[in-house]
Write a protein that binds this ligand. Structure first.
Ligand code: PXP
Length: 250
């Protein structure tokens, strides 16, 4: 294995999305996280949104109490979330922009808009030992501002690149990929650890994985979706077996 092993953070938010669709306790995000650990995930990412639409406070407590790998706690830069993070002191805190009406995290954090306020916001998290990561677009001004306020990590938003790829807009996709490559190098040169994520699948992840400065990819939606297809056959076969066993015991 290469010395420069790329870490995989598995985002388990959408196990909770499926659970919440029924309102019960199944499927449990912690069980998903445990399987991710067994499969070689280097970390688990969970986003406690202000509206608690997927991950809930109790999930974070469960993850903190039971995970063997580091937790990357995604949150908006609000006082409520800061208090939760300071209570749990996860390995990493990734700040993301959050709009109530969005379906997923749509854009990067605007670090420049309130640079000094954000600097004050992250200081207690850093003092508590959390690695603070800022989820930003591949924009040099945002990267420079992230370095100025003392973030340890930036996570480059790969959503635009993945959207162009999915839409078959190859020229735009290639331009965004080149920008991501250049910005990974810029961030690294400023002493920032570089992560990337959002919308990645097997093909798009492979392209980003080839950037030497990228230390970690965070991937969720595709993995949870793909696991339906990889896991549906054995789940149905087990149900068949259980039903047949019950009948043959009659
Ligand atoms: N990284 C960050 C900062 C995110 O907000 C998300 C989505 O919650 C991801 C990675 C994972 O994105 P996806 O679920 O599209 O793989």
């Amino acid at each position: 294995m290469s010395k420069n092993r790329l870490r995989l953070g598995v985002n388990i938010d959408h196990v909770a999305t499926v659970r919440n669709a029924r309102g019960g306790a199944f499927p449990d995000p912690l069980r998903g996280a445990r399987l991710a650990e067994e499969a070689g995930a280097d970390g688990i990412t969970a986003h406690l949104r202000e509206d608690r639409r997927h991950i809930r406070d109790a999930d974070i407590e469960n993850l903190v109490a039971n995970l063997r790998v580091p937790l990357n706690f995604e949150m908006a830069a609000t006082a409520e979330m800061q208090a939760i993070a300071l209570r749990h002191k996860p390995h990493a805190v990734c700040l993301v922009p959050e709009k109530r009406e969005e379906r997923t995290t749509e854009g990067g954090l605007d670090v420049l808009r309130d640079e000094s306020g954000l600097g004050r916001f992250i200081a207690p998290l850093r003092d508590a030992g959390c690695r603070v990561s800022l989820f930003i677009a591949a924009d040099p001004a945002q990267i420079q501002a992230s370095a100025r306020i003392g973030a340890a990590v930036i996570e480059l938003h790969t959503g635009a690149y993945c959207d162009f790829d999915a839409a078959g807009k190859m020229a735009e996709r290639d331009a965004e990929l080149a920008q991501l490559r250049d910005m990974a190098a810029l961030a690294d040169s400023l002493g920032l650890e570089v992560h990337a994520g959002h919308g990645l699948n097997f093909e798009t992840a492979a392209q980003i994985a080839a950037f030497p400065q990228v230390a970690e990819l965070n991937i969720g939606h595709f993995l949870i979706g793909e696991s339906i297809f990889l896991g549906l056959k054995p789940a149905i076969a087990e149900m068949r077996r259980v039903m047949d066993a019950a009948r043959s015991a009659m």
